[in-house]
Design a protein around this ligand. Structure first.
Ligand code: F6R
Length: 366
């Protein structure tokens, strides 16, 4: 049931604060001093010894994997590769019993991801699943794993599953880092504290809904969009562009902002909307100069910034303020307005938001 919402997608976007509460329940203690993913504790030996992690996934789940790489490398100091399951399975990859494969899938039924798991398992790797659909094929074919517990996702465009995946990846990185002693206690406590405040901050991010709906009216008939981010925001840019493509059928590309000058900046003119994730974190000054480069070519900048930003608001054509959090958790906030932007543009265009053309919720064929 849509619970009073016009589409499942909007319902699922709005549900995210509660989904993330459900995802963290029983895994972080009330004092905010410990994070425990039981699958990690149960297989501590294997996971702490791993020489390398390989994340396999498709689509939106692959974008969550890119954020997972950043989290695990930063806090656990283990090298992580992120692979499209469809490429990995046909590449005769170098993989052995010292590798841990993390398979991420909302449906737990994606054919390419299942095949990648089978291959890795035959090579002796240890397989950890991050899934939503309880009892589906992927959780049954892995050695262990963690469910994201965000409830059934009905809209074809993945929304709450993405933020659930990122939340589990953050808890996974924190649990491992603590056990590996690759994170100092103050940093650990700071991130756990921030994680606990994410649902409330998500509520605030959702309050941008009306503002985003009016922006959607301005850009309904754009033929192209570029999405830019750096660091943890780069996968968010990819995810924002994918959401727009799949439900509004507008061509959109996500790029790491600094790559613009290596080619794509040639696309910029007064017709080109450029969505930039420019929240206040370590990459702020860099992204600021990337915005200046776009404005110098007359691109139309829609910037997502942290509350109280007074610099980018003077530069960007449109500026949307979001609650600030610690850098590694920023994707949990910045993704929400991009989901809303894709949703409202598709609605303005009269598209079938929950059932976009050519797409299926579970991709059980390769
Ligand atoms: C995009 C989307 C797809 C899925 C992809 C993987 O909104 O839903 O890109 O993310 O098909 O699906 P799962 O996660 O079920 O393996």
């Amino acid at each position: 049931e849509k619970g009073g919402y016009p589409h499942f997608m909007l319902k699922e976007i709005f549900e995210q604060p509660n989904c993330i509460r459900d995802c963290m329940r029983g895994r972080i203690n009330v004092e905010g001093t410990n994070v425990v993913l039981s699958a990690i504790i149960d297989h501590k030996e294997k996971l702490l010894k791993a020489k390398r992690f390989i994340i396999v996934a498709c689509g939106t789940s692959w974008h969550a994997g890119l954020i997972g790489k950043h989290l695990i490398e930063s806090y656990c100091r283990i090298p992580v590769e992120v692979e499209y399951a469809s490429e990995f399975r046909y590449r005769d990859p170098v993989i052995d019993e010292n590798d841990v494969v993390i398979a991420i899938s909302q449906s737990g039924e994606t054919a390419d991801t299942l095949a990648a798991i089978d291959l890795a398992r035959r090579c002796g790797a240890f397989i950890y699943g991050i899934c939503n659909s309880v009892g589906s094929s992927i959780p049954r074919s892995t050695h262990t794993g963690s469910y994201i517990h965000v409830g059934p996702e009905i809209g074809v465009a993945s929304t709450k599953a993405f933020t659930g995946q990122v939340t589990v990846l953050a808890m996974l990185a924190l649990t491992l880092a603590k056990n590996k002693q690759t994170i100092n206690n103050n940093e650990f406590l700071k991130i756990v504290g921030e994680l606990m405040s994410i649902p409330d901050k998500m509520e605030k991010a959702i309050q941008t809904n009306n503002q985003i709906a009016s922006i959607a009216k301005v850009f309904t008939y754009a033929h192209n969009f570029i999405y830019l981010g750096r660091g943890y925001s780069y996968p968010v840019a990819l995810e924002g562009a994918l959401k727009l493509k799949e439900i509004s059928y507008i061509h959109a590309e996500g790029y790491p902002a600094a790559e613009m000058k290596h080619g794509p900046i040639a696309l910029i003119d007064e017709e080109m909307p450029v969505v930039v994730i420019a929240t206040h974190n370590g990459m702020y000054d860099k992204i600021l100069s990337n915005i200046q480069e776009i404005k110098a070519r007359k691109g139309r900048v829609i910037a997502f910034v942290s509350e109280g930003d007074e610099v980018i608001s003077k530069l960007a054509d449109i500026c949307i303020e979001l609650p600030q959090t610690t850098e590694c958790l920023d994707p949990l906030i910045t993704t929400i307005p991009l989901q809303l932007l894709a949703y409202h543009i598709a609605v303005c265009k009269g598209k079938d938001v929950d059932q976009p053309r050519n797409l299926a919720k579970s991709v059980t064929v390769e």
